[in-house]
Design a protein around this ligand. Structure first.
Ligand code: NAP
Length: 289
């Protein structure tokens, strides 16, 4: 019987998951189709009912539903509970299990592609949405010595910090408003700046909130945005001698971890990378928004 996987989000115009997940399924000759399932807020309950069908193996979940699906699954794993968001659903005989693979995806990308060991390091996280929550959870788990969250909406950054404070035993965790004084106070001493805002992505016409002149040579600048593959923040960081990590490795690793939860076998990561890169290039060439 042909089986299905899909990504649930809205509007989903630039999701790369169908391209690289299907490439992995085809590479392993699995009789599974991975689809885009655009789902507005008022369609989420119905969509989740269809995920319980015997023909559906599971799903990825993306903006804006990662938090809402937590209430619609039967069980959540410890990481998803800590972050307060799930990006992966597994259907086990009609029972839905929620996982968060963004955390392990980022940790793996920092280590394998950024050459960055978070233990004992000082980190600045820009943004306080779902991606920032996963990033901060991973950095706390890895033993960063300090994590400062800077966000345009300070109340959201404060909420993130309070929610994750119970897991910050070894880490100084704080929120600051998105002002020049905040950036100036932290950029001089941080080892890693992680952009977890959507500013600078192809889907939004907005510029990075980071003052580029404060980027220092030798620090690592990570941008979670994967489309475009090279953001203005990454280009400006390179100009100033910083090390740079884009969002594609995290995207592929979180997807590989989802694949392994669904299929119970190792994901072909190289195949997924190649397909994801081609999909970004094809989207950029078409100017898709
Ligand atoms: P989200 O929950 O919608 O949060 C968006 C964040 O960006 C908020 O902190 C928001 O600030 C901030 N922001 C948006 N526009 C801004 C602007 N013009 N200036 C300053 N701050 C701005 O989204 P998310 O799920 O966290 O995702 C954020 C980004 O990470 C997206 O581009 C997404 O594609 C990317 N991402 C990548 C991966 C990966 O695997 N590489 C995984 C997850 C997410 P306010 O709170 O003030 O609105």
């Amino acid at each position: 019987m042909l089986k299905y996987l899909g990504v649930i989000g809205f509007p989903l115009k630039r999701s790369l998951s169908p391209a690289f997940q299907q490439a992995a399924l085809d590479h392993l000759r699995l009789d599974v189709v991975y689809e885009a399932w655009p789902t507005p807020d008022d369609g989420l309950e119905t969509r989740m009912k269809t995920v319980r069908s015997p023909r559906v193996i599971g799903a990825n979940v993306t903006i804006p539903h990662k938090e809402a699906v937590m209430r619609m699954v039967d069980e959540v794993d410890e990481t998803a509970a800590r972050v307060g968001a799930a990006n992966t659903i597994v259907n086990r005989e009609g029972r839905l299990f929620g996982y968060n693979t963004d955390v392990s995806g980022l940790t793996r990308a920092l280590a394998e592609d950024g050459g960055f060991e978070s233990a004992g390091k000082r980190v600045v996280v820009a943004g306080a949405g779902g991606a920032a929550r996963a990033a901060v959870a991973g950095l706390l788990e890895a033993g960063a010595v300090s994590v400062t969250v800077i966000n345009r909406t300070l109340s959201r950054a404060n909420r993130l910090v309070e929610d994750l404070r119970p897991y910050a035993d070894q880490t100084e965790l704080r929120a600051l408003p998105e002002t020049y004084a905040s950036w100036a106070a932290v950029m001089g001493v941080c080892d890693l700046l992680l952009n977890c805002t959507s500013a600078g992505s192809a889907a939004f016409d907005s510029e990075s909130p980071v003052p580029f002149e404060l980027i220092r040579s030798g620090m690592l600048v990570g941008d979670l945005i994967y489309d475009p593959a090279e953001t203005v923040l990454m280009t400006e960081a390179r100009k100033r001698g910083a090390l740079v990590l884009g969002g594609l490795p995290m995207l592929v690793y979180q997807g590989a971890a989802s694949f392994e939860l669904w299929m119970g076998r190792k994901a072909p990561v190289d195949v997924m990378f190649e397909a994801a890169r081609s999909a970004v290039e094809a989207g950029a060439a078409k100017g898709v928004k």
